[in-house]
Design a protein around this ligand. Sequence first.
Ligand SMILES: *Cc1c(COP(=O)(O)O)cnc(C)c1O
Length: 401
Amino acid sequence: MTNKRLAMESQAIHAGEFHDPSGAHIAPIHQTSTFSFPDMDTVARWGAGEVEADIYTRVGNPTRRALAAKLAALESIGLDGSVDVGAEIFSSGMAAIAASLMGLARAGDHVITQNVLYGSTDHLVSDVLPEYGVTTSRVPGLDPDRLEQELATRPETTAVFLETPANPTMRIIDIATTVAIAHEHGAKVVVDNTFATPVLQRPLSLGADVVVHSTTKYINGHGTVIGGAAVYRDAAELGDRIARLIKFTGGVPSSFDCWLTNLGLKTLPLRMERHCANATEVAAFLADHEKVVAAHYPGLVDHPGHEVAAKQMDGFGAMIAFDLGSYAAAARFLDGLELCALAVSLGNIDSLVEHPASMTHRVVPPEQRQAAGITDGLVRMSVGLEAVGDIIDDLEQALAL
Ligand SMILES: *Cc1c(COP(=O)(O)O)cnc(C)c1O
């Protein structure tokens, strides 16, 4: 069910849900590889396009479709009803990102991105796509003048890819401005919306063509699944270019994983509210602490992207990066944490803290890391849903060591 008039919180619970004939209130898990036809007459009518049927789970499965419909509904809020939005769920965020870029850029085409991207996306863009004849280039922060110049010199550009807020430095990119420039040059815009989620930021409503997610993070929210999604406008055209690839590249999620992710997604609006409230207090605590050299959180008024974030987001999220000045100080702090876990990933109900230079961004060459602001003292935190007083107490005792 999708009712465009329902608010975000209601859509998160009801959109895409289906009820099975047993009367079970919660949709069952269609844990099956294949689907049987009742008879050859149905096969013939399915073949003629007269009836729809699931035939094989790589191609389609009701549990996966329910999750796709829910996510499409949430990303569509704010769009007028004439935009036909489609979505596909993949077995990881990277499968969704790879399908989106493969769908939009073919051999001879060009892709432009900002300078710092999620580590595996960075590798895909720098090393893998060029092996298939897709050239790529970087424009730091997708600065509007430099983007305009790059598009003018690379007329074969078919896609501009961006992340905002960006991992791990929390840099903000203006989505509407990027869209206006890219569209003028005939390029589509893909936004990785993993850090913000549709609750805080809806890139399609700002003109973007494709939104990708690592559903592993906030959308599932409980740390139980690796998953991804691509949501796109012009469902017929972009679905044919992007979603169709799941069938041929095979990044298919299990039905159980889709079911768990759908369950998590139902509480996303509620979780994001508390994630943001906790992060606001944690960021204020860190910004004031004498041992913290710099705190990067778009909700802080002195963050360079604060105004753009306030304009294009409905909240500042719960990812914070902060600099403790040296590797030794960062390591002492991370070793001293008791409540927060030392772990990569983010968006879980529990607080996770990591050291980008040794963990998520270990493979980025040191010079490129420095240029991107990923210093040896930088710590990244995904603020969880514990009582904020307990989170701050833990940070305080570890900072005192
Ligand atoms: C985790 C993440 C990805 C990759 O997603 P996987 O589910 O791990 O494949 C892509 N982009 C961002 C911003 C991420 O945080």
